[in-house]
Design a protein around this ligand. Sequence first.
Ligand code: SAH
Length: 371
Amino acid sequence: MTPLAQRLAARIARQGPLTVAEFMAAVLTNPEHGYYMTGDPLGAGGDFTTAPEISQMFGELIGLWCVDCWQALGEPAPVHLVELGPGRGTLMADALRAAKLAPGFLRAIRLHLVEVSPALRVRQEATLSETPLAEPPRWHAHLGAVPEGPLLLLANEFFDALPIRQFEKTPHGWCERLVRLDDAGTGFAFTLAPPGPLAALIPPALRQASQDSVAEVSPAGTCLGVEIGRRLAAHGGAALIVDYGPTEPSGRPTLQAVRRHKPQAVLEAPGSADLTAHVDFAALAQAARDADALAHGPVTQGAFLAALGIAERATALTKEATSAQSSDIAAAVKRLTDPTEMGELFKVLALTGPASRPPAGFAALRPAGEA
Ligand code: SAH
C-alpha cells in the first residue's frame, strides 16, 4: 500500500466509507502525500501533458486575449491577474512575454498565483523570475486571499482537479457513491450509501436520467464559479476557463486516473496517479450567472484558438524556424486544435462582468454543441 493508501484505510476503518470528493481531495492535496504536493507531474517525463507544455503559442494567444480584455475594460490600474493552478508557470510566462506589446498592461498587473503545491510554487517562481512586472508575483492557497479589484483570471486544467461527488440512479432513487475498504482490507472499492433526498444536487440535465446513470457534481467548482462571478460583477473583468468536458453532463462517470500518460484504475495506489473528472461547464456557467456575471460559450478549444489566430502565429514562428522546428509547430497546432486530439474535447468558457461585450474568441462563435 502507498503511504496515502494506509492513511485512507485507517480513516475508513475509523469513520466509515468516504465520499468520492473526500477520497479525491486526500489523493490530490493531502499535505504530506497528496499527488500534487510532492513533485512535478507535468510533461513528457511525468504523467500528463497540458496545452501550455505543448506549445508557447497557447500562452501567447491567451496573453494577447488578456491585453484585449484589459483594453476593453478601460485599462484599469492596478488589475489583478490571477492564475488558478499554474503548473510549471509556462502559460503565464508565455502570456506575459506576448503582453510586452502593451507596456501599460505589464505596469498595471498585480500577479497572483493560486497554487496548493509547494513543489510547483518553487517551479513557478523559477519560470517567472525574468518577468518584468512592477511588483513580484504573490502566491495564495485559494482565490479568497486575492485582494478585491478588477480581475483577469485564467485557469487551464484546474477545475478538472477539484473534488467531485458521484451519485448513481438506482431503482430506489439517487444514491451517493462512496469509497470503502475492499474485502481483503488492502485496497479500495466503490459502494453505495442508502438512497436519500438528493435530487436537488443532481444537475438539471440528469434529473430524469435512466437507471444506472451516474451524476457528478463539484461543490468546490460551483463555489469557485460563484466567487469568480461575484468578483467580476462587483469590480469588472474577465475569466477564461479551459478544461475538458462536455457542454452538458453525459450521465456516465468520468473520474479517471492517469499515470505516465496511461489510464490507471481510479482506486488503485492512491497518490501515485493524477485523478481528474470532466468539468460540468453548464454548472460552472450557471454558478457565475447566479452571482450576476455573464457567461460566454463554452466554445471548443479548436474554434477558440483559430479565432485568436493560431494559424497566423504558427506561420510567423515558422518563418524563423528550422525545418525540424517547423514540423514541431505544425504538430503542436494539430494537437491543440484538431477535433480528434484536444480541439473538441477541450472547451473554453469566458466569464465577464455584467456590462461586457463577448470577449475575443467568443463574439462570432456559436457555443459548442449548438448546430
Ligand atoms: N495549469 C497548468 C497545470 C494544470 S495541473 C497547466 O495547464 O499546465 C493542475 C494545477 O492545479 C497544478 O498546478 C496543481 O498543483 C494545482 N491544484 C490542484 N488542486 C488545487 C487546489 N485545490 N488548489 C490550488 N491549486 C490546485
